[in-house]
Design a protein around this ligand. Structure first.
Ligand SMILES: [Zn+2]
Length: 328
């Protein structure tokens, strides 16, 4: 998932207006409005992230060379974008990335490149930095801890196109377990359907209507609606849901209570969908749901598991997320 998306999630937690103020009249705030790393680059001579003697040592061992490289201050450099950049020997690349990444508080790929590439060069530097950041455990924990339980406003959604997720939704069977809390009586929890919806198009949905959970699907030969009408679930408390489907037959259980079942009509038994999985709502909700739903969940989702053992990392796996906050 993109870093920009994570930033937009973080920023979406605040209510703000963007106003332009001339630099000359914005003196007090100036220090705050300048990004510390950008400030560092602009205002100080680039601080060496690696020891020059160590670079020289490993350059000699590795017999470093590159087209048009030359020696400056005892190390091999190449001219790139008008800058003489030190060629980083293989032995020091991970060390350089690790030092930079830790020193500057686990920045993303773009910032890492801004910090490293003005001074240093190697082939595949972008790929290596991207992989380093992607697999940094601290970064991964930060993201998942930030919003393990996303909160939806009624006009929010998370959208997944990941094949690992989609393949567990379509086909002839489904097992989905999740936890949710809802502060309103209506709202879509989950939707998987077609890009172009029509009355006969395949879809599968879970959502609240008038305080009760509805599990509904159409495999192409008619709809079934399974309503869990023994428990109201719009009380703001956490509830667990287990919804399963094997061919036409579906079941629904809330909070480990009685099992409600139903079956869709006709001979078609596969869910053929092509528009990913939506959680907590979706865009153009009324038209895409053919007026079954008019708003998303007002509340939170957590622990979404498919096929009994595939746990969706709600934020990290999402392709798109709109108006998502952390659950209060
Ligand atoms: Zn990191």
């Amino acid at each position: 998932m993109g870093r920009l998306f994570r930033w937009s999630l973080k920023v979406s937690m605040y209510d703000f207006d963007i106003k332009y103020k001339k630099g000359s009249t914005n003196i007090e705030a100036d220090m705050l409005t300048r990004h510390p790393i950008a400030y560092h680059i602009i205002n100080t001579p680039p601080e060496p992230l690696l020891d020059i003697n160590e670079i020289s040592h490993f350059q000699n061992i590795e017999n470093t060379s590159a087209p048009k490289c030359f020696k400056r201050d005892g190390v091999f450099v190449v001219k790139r974008q008008g800058l003489a950049k030190i060629i980083v020997p293989k032995a020091l690349r991970v060390k350089l990335m690790e030092t930079t990444h830790k020193k500057f508080g686990h920045p993303g790929v773009a910032t890492m490149l801004k910090l490293i590439s003005p001074q240093y060069y190697w082939i595949n530097i972008i790929t290596d930095i991207r992989n380093y950041v992607k697999y940094c455990e601290t970064c991964q924990i930060k993201v998942t801890e930030m919003i393990a339980e996303p909160m939806f406003t009624g006009a929010s959604y998370l959208h997944y196109f990941d094949e690992n997720i989609v393949k567990r939704i379509r086909g002839n069977k489904l097992d989905i377990r999740l936890k949710f809390r809802s502060f309103g009586p209506n709202g879509l929890l989950l939707w998987s359907g077609k890009k172009e919806m029509s009355a006969a198009a395949d879809y599968l949905s879970l959502g609240l209507k008038e305080g009760y959970l509805h599990f509904q699907y159409n495999l192409g030969s008619g709809e079934v609606l399974i309503v869990y009408n023994s428990t109201r679930v719009d009380d703001g408390k956490w509830h667990t849901v287990k919804a399963t489907r094997i061919e036409q037959g579906g079941t629904l259980v809330i909070d480990g209570g009685i099992l409600i079942s139903g079956a869709s009509p006709g001979i078609l038994n596969q869910l053929n969908v092509n528009n990913g999985l939506y959680l907590g709502g979706m865009e153009s909700i009324a038209s895409l749901s053919m007026n079954k739903y008019h708003s998303g969940l007002v509340g939170c989702l957590a622990n979404v598991t498919l096929s009994t053992n595939y746990h969706i990392r709600l934020i990290t796996h999402a392709t798109t997320g709109i108006n998502i906050q952390a659950c209060l």
